[in-house]
Each structure stands twice: as C-alpha cells, then as structure tokens.
Design a protein around this ligand. Structure first.
Ligand SMILES: C[S@@+](CC[C@H](N)C(=O)[O-])C[C@H]1O[C@@H](n2cnc3c(N)ncnc32)[C@H](O)[C@@H]1O
Length: 346
C-alpha cells in the first residue's frame, strides 16, 4: 500500500485511476481482461501496470481496453514523476518530459482530499505547452497531457488520447453537478451513467425503476421525457410524485405481478439490497413471458469490494438473458457497480 508507483523512465507503465479502496478489484479485473500486463505498484486511488514485464514481449494495449476494467476511471501512459522547489520548476520538468503537441491538459489529484491548486497548475501547464484549451473536457481524439498530483510537491506526468466520455474528463471524474432541484444524489449517478454509456433514452418511452425512493433517478428519467413508474415501499418525494408522467407502485419488487412489467422500454434498478438479490430480482423480471425491455440500467451494491469477484458471473447472467452488458464503477457512485445492458435483439 505504501509503495510508490514506479516511474516510467525505466520502462513502460500505465497509470490507472480508481476509487480509493477499489485497487484490488481493479487488479482482479486486469488479470482477467489483460493478463499481458503486470501490476507494478499502487497507492490509494492509483495502480500502475507494467506493459513490458520481464520475460514478456512489450504489450501494446488496444485503444480503450481499460473500459473493461470496470473499476478504472481513466488510464494514462506514464512518463515519469516530477518534484522540484515550486510549481514553476515542476511545470518546466513536466513539459521537458512530455513531448507535445498537446490539445488539452488534465490536472487531477490521486486523493480527492488533497488540497492543491489544480486550476493554477493547469493554467501554468497550458501556458507552458502553448495551448489555449479553456474547457477541461477534452474533445474526442485530443492528445491530453495528464498531471496527476500525488501530493502538492510531487506529480506524475503522463498522457492519453481522449475517446470515450470518461477519457474526456480529468481523472475520469464526471464533471456534471447535482442541480438544486434534484431530490437525491441518484439523479447525478444516473446522469453520469447516461453520459458514460449513452443509452438511447427517448421521450415517450416507458421506464420502471426498482428502488425508486426518494426519486432522483426517476426525476432524471422524467427530464429525459420518459413516462416513469417507481417501485418502492418507501415514499417518493412529493415533487416527483406530483409529476404527471410519474406513478408510484408502493410495493417491494417481488410483490409486483410479473405481467405488470410488460411494455416497459427500460428497467432501472437501484435497490439497497445484496447484489445476489438484485440479480435474482432482475432475472425474474426479464425472463418473464412478454417482458422485453430495450435495456437495463442497474446498480449492484457491493457490501464489500471483494464481492465484485462475482462480477463476471453477473455479467454472464445479463448475456444469458439476451442483453449486452457494460459495467463501470461510476465516479459519482459509492461502493457499487453500474451495469447498462442493451437487449441483443431489440
Ligand atoms: C439507494 S435508495 C434508491 C434511490 C433512488 N433510486 C433515487 O433515485 O432516489 C434504495 C431504495 O431501495 C428500496 N428497496 C430496497 N429493497 C427493495 C425491494 N425489495 N423492492 C423495492 N424497493 C426496495 C429502499 O426502500 C430504498 O428506497
């Protein structure tokens, strides 16, 4: 835990960011998905992987392979570390290490609790690199210089090519914010899931959410123009309950008759129950006669991070039900995984 991610000067390293605590699960996914690379070192929130482990040919990872790592927020080709007397010295050292041209600069802290002047450092790096990017959100295709703050005095320098939505956000952290009108943080989680996986939520479609109270996710679906049914024994916030396109079924999911789930385009699920129970609940619904949503957006809560060991089995279940699942530990989510699964044959 205290080891320092190896500098890249002596080899080729990937630096992968994750939520603090999820490091072991990130490595478990790496071993399954890209066994060609080796874990080098880790600190809370960051794991480095060696691309040319001894005795193996250098591995050239396919573009965006890291999105299959589920717990990876973003992935950077590490160039090395910089220290120095002050920010000016560190900026000069970073630019000397990283040959441009760059189209954007992402500055982010390994530990979100680190008090560092991210904006000031980014401004200096932008000026030194001679680029005028104003938004931190990179455009697809941009070559992005990454400056990862381990501490205020020690930075890792690396780069990546922006492509998927999370790779366009500094540190893979969703830049959206919770609107004051939102009744719960689930609004922002669903907003991030939509921005990440881009499910085709269209006005006029019907969605049903299991575990709907107090209603932030339903609110987000209503804002997208869908008709929404929220299932929860707990009461939904009156603001959401009063919406003309919303209805609550005040029951537990298993007390709803299966035929009631017919005709919904989206099955959304955010119950605070064991993930095995969530999977049973989803399976019972989507394998019922006449129930065929276009997609599922589900949160699988992890009582411990190690429960993610079952993730391959859960994703296999989604495939067995006729869906193509993608999974990510959202930056706005807690110890949980979001699965967005589209029907294989709509
Ligand atoms: C994390 S909260 C959901 C937040 C909600 N999605 C939102 O947007 O505000 C979890 C909810 O799951 C509900 N829940 C737990 N078990 C349930 C079950 N068997 N059926 C339906 N809802 C359930 C709880 O009552 C609780 O309101």
């Amino acid at each position: 835990m205290d080891s320092t991610p190896a500098p890249a000067t002596s080899g080729q390293f990937l630096l992968v960011a994750c939520r603090g605590g999820a490091e072991a699960e990130l490595v478990r996914r790496q071993e399954a998905v890209v066994p060609q690379v080796r874990k080098a070192a880790w600190r809370r929130g960051v794991v480095t992987f060696r691309l040319d482990p001894p005795g193996h040919p250098p591995f050239d990872p396919p573009r965006d392979f890291w999105t299959d790592l589920v717990f990876a927020r973003t992935c950077v080709h590490s160039l090395g570390q910089v220290a120095g007397d002050d920010d000016a010295a560190r900026v000069a050292a970073a630019l000397a290490m990283a040959a441009g041209p760059w189209q954007n600069v992402h500055v982010w802290a390994r530990d979100p609790a680190l008090e560092a002047s991210v904006e000031a450092i980014r401004s200096r790096l932008l000026a030194a690199a001679g680029i005028t990017a104003t938004t931190t959100i990179a455009a697809p295709g941009d070559r992005v210089l990454d400056c990862v703050l381990d501490s205020a005095e020690r930075w890792w320098v690396g780069w990546h090519r922006a492509a998927t939505p999370p790779s366009r956000w500094p540190g893979g952290i969703y830049p959206g914010t919770l609107p004051p009108s939102a009744v719960s943080r689930a609004w922002l989680k669903l907003d991030e899931a939509i921005a990440t996986f881009e499910p085709a939520l269209d006005p006029g479609q019907r969605a049903v959410e299991l575990g709907a109270a107090p209603g932030g996710a339903c609110q987000r679906l209503l804002e997208a123009g869908l008709d929404v049914v929220g299932i929860d024994p707990a009461l939904v916030d009156p603001v959401v309950a009063a919406h003309p396109r919303f209805m609550q079924w005040r029951k537990r999911a298993r007390d709803v008759k299966l035929r009631e789930f017919r005709g919904f385009d989206w099955l959304v699920c955010d119950m605070n129950i064991d993930p095995v129970s969530t999977m049973e609940s989803l399976g019972r619904i989507v394998t019922a006669p006449g129930v065929r949503p276009r997609g599922i957006i589900a949160t699988l809560k992890l009582p411990e991070w190690s429960r993610a060991a079952a993730l391959p089995d859960w994703l296999a279940s989604f495939r067995g039900w006729g869906f193509r699942p993608q999974a990510r530990q959202l930056s706005t989510g807690g110890r949980e995984v979001c699965v967005v699964a589209r029907a294989s044959k709509p």
